[in-house]
Design a protein around this ligand. Structure first.
Ligand SMILES: [Zn+2]
Length: 108
């Protein structure tokens, strides 16, 4: 199968051939095509999708606290687990931020 990333793209504004470009948005490597003539930018659809998921998680996703034996448990929604590559048996570090806020460091 032909990779979209290797295909030639033309600018929808000026029809010039667009150049591949890697940009960093909020610490994420995003693939994009940039028009050298008019500066139009098109994000790689896979990476644009990642940005959407990231922005959704940034707003906060509410989860219920459950009980497992003597411990309280929270579940990671699938998109959060996928985005952060959290797997069963994996490790996260719980860190205090304030009395109302916890931070999780994903170790992988
Ligand atoms: Zn252009």
């Amino acid at each position: 199968m032909r990779d979209l990333w290797d295909a030639e793209h033309r600018c929808t504004n000026c029809n010039s051939i667009m150049k591949k470009d890697n940009m960093s948005i909020e610490g994420m490597e995003i693939r994009a095509w940039k028009c050298s003539k008019c500066d139009e930018i098109v994000l790689h659809p896979e990476d644009a999708q990642k940005m959407l998921v990231f922005n959704k998680i940034k707003k906060g996703i509410s989860v219920k606290v459950g009980m497992l034996g003597e411990s309280l448990v929270i579940r990671f929604p699938k998109e959060v687990a996928d985005f952060y590559n959290i797997k069963k048996g994996g490790e996260v570090v719980i860190k205090a931020d304030s009395k109302k806020k916890l931070e999780l460091d994903v170790k992988n």
